[in-house]
Design a protein around this ligand. Structure first.
Ligand code: GTP
Length: 259
C-alpha cells in the first residue's frame, strides 16, 4: 500500500528567511516587516499560479441591482476588512458613488493591532474621510455608525419640510466585498438577527431593506467583487482572509504563500 505523503509545496522566488538566534524568523534581518517588499514578493509568487477570480451569477446580478438602488440611497456605507482594507474596495466604487455621501467602515477591528488602527485612523483623517472602526461580532462601532449616518443625511428632511413634504426615514446602503461583515453589522445595530451572517463568503444572495427605528432604513447587499481582479497580490490576500469563494483558488498554493 502506498504511504500517504504530504504534498510537496515549493515557493519559488521571494527572499529566503533568515533565522535569528532566539529561534524566531525574520525575512529581512530587521524587526520591522517591509510591507512594500512583501507585496512585491506576493506579486512574484502569484505569477506562476492560476489567477484567482470569483464572479458567480449572484454577484453579477447584485452589481446591476445595486446601481439601480444607489439612486434611492441618501448615504452609502462601504464596509472593508480592516486587515486588508486596500484590497477590499471595489475599483469602480468611486465611479458608482460619485459625490454621494459616504461612510467608510473598517470592520474586524479586533483582528488588527492598536498601532495599525491608529495609523489608519490618522491616514484617513488627513484625507478628510469619515471612518468608523467596528466589530460586527460584538457590535462595537455600530451605534456611532447609526448616529453618523443620520447626521450625514439630515439635509434630506430639511429639504422635504421646505417643500411641505412629511419627513421620511434616511436610506443607507451597506456595500462591500464578500465576508467583510456587512450583515453582522446590521444585525448588531438592530439587536436582532434580521440578515443571514456566516463565516464564509457569498452567504447573502439578495438585496434586502430593513428598518432601524422610525428614521433609518438599511440595505443589506451581497458582497461584490470585480469581474476580473487585476491585482493578483490583492486576490491572494482575499483568499488568505477568506473574503473570496474557496473554489476560486488552490488552498495548498495559498497556504504556502501565507507560510
Ligand atoms: N472577528 C470578527 N468577526 C466578524 C466581525 N464581523 C463579522 N464577523 C464574522 O465574519 C463572518 C462573516 O460576516 P457576515 O456578516 O456574514 O459578512 P458579509 O459581508 O455579510 O458576507 P457576504 O454574505 O459574503 O456578503 C461571520 O462569521 C461573522 O461572525 C468582526 O468585526 N470581527
Amino acid at each position: 500500500m502506498a504511504s500517504l505523503q504530504p504534498p510537496l509545496i515549493k515557493i519559488v522566488g521571494g527572499k529566503a528567511p533568515t533565522w535569528r538566534e532566539n529561534g524566531s524568523v525574520s525575512d529581512s534581518g530587521e524587526d520591522e516587516i517591509d510591507w512594500a517588499e512583501m507585496d512585491s514578493d506576493l506579486c512574484y509568487w502569484t505569477r506562476a499560479l492560476r489567477p484567482v477570480q470569483w464572479y458567480p451569477g449572484h454577484i453579477a446580478k447584485t452589481e446591476k441591482e445595486l446601481k439601480e438602488q444607489l439612486k434611492l440611497m441618501d448615504v452609502v456605507i462601504e464596509v472593508r476588512d480592516a486587515r486588508i482594507l486596500l484590497s477590499t474596495t471595489h475599483p469602480q466604487m468611486d465611479l458608482w458613488l460619485g459625490n454621494r455621501k459616504r461612510i467608510l467602515v473598517l470592520n474586524r477591528e479586533d483582528m488588527i493591532s492598536t498601532a495599525d488602527r491608529n495609523a489608519w485612523a490618522m491616514y484617513f483623517s488627513r484625507q478628510g474621510t469619515k471612518v468608523v472602526f467596528s466589530n460586527g461580532q460584538l457590535g462595537m462601532g455600530t451605534m456611532k455608525l447609526g448616529r453618523l449616518t443620520k447626521s450625514l443625511a439630515e439635509g434630506v428632511n430639511v429639504k422635504r419640510r421646505a417643500k411641505g413634504l412629511l419627513p421620511r426615514p434616511v436610506r443607507a446602503g451597506i456595500v462591500g466585498y464578500p465576508n467583510v461583515g456587512k450583515s453582522s453589522l446590521i444585525n448588531r445595530l438592530l439587536k436582532r438577527r434580521m440578515c443571514t451572517a456566516a463565516p464564509r463568503p457569498g452567504v447573502t444572495r439578495e438585496l434586502k431593506w430593513v428598518r432601524f427605528g422610525k428614521d433609518l432604513e438599511l440595505l443589506d447587499s451581497p458582497g461584490i467583487l470585480p469581474m476580473r481582479i487585476s491585482d493578483q497580490a490583492a486576490a491572494i490576500k482575499l483568499a488568505i482572509c477568506d473574503d473570496i469563494g474557496e473554489r476560486s483558488y488552490d488552498v495548498a498554493d495559498v497556504a504556502a504563500i501565507l507560510v
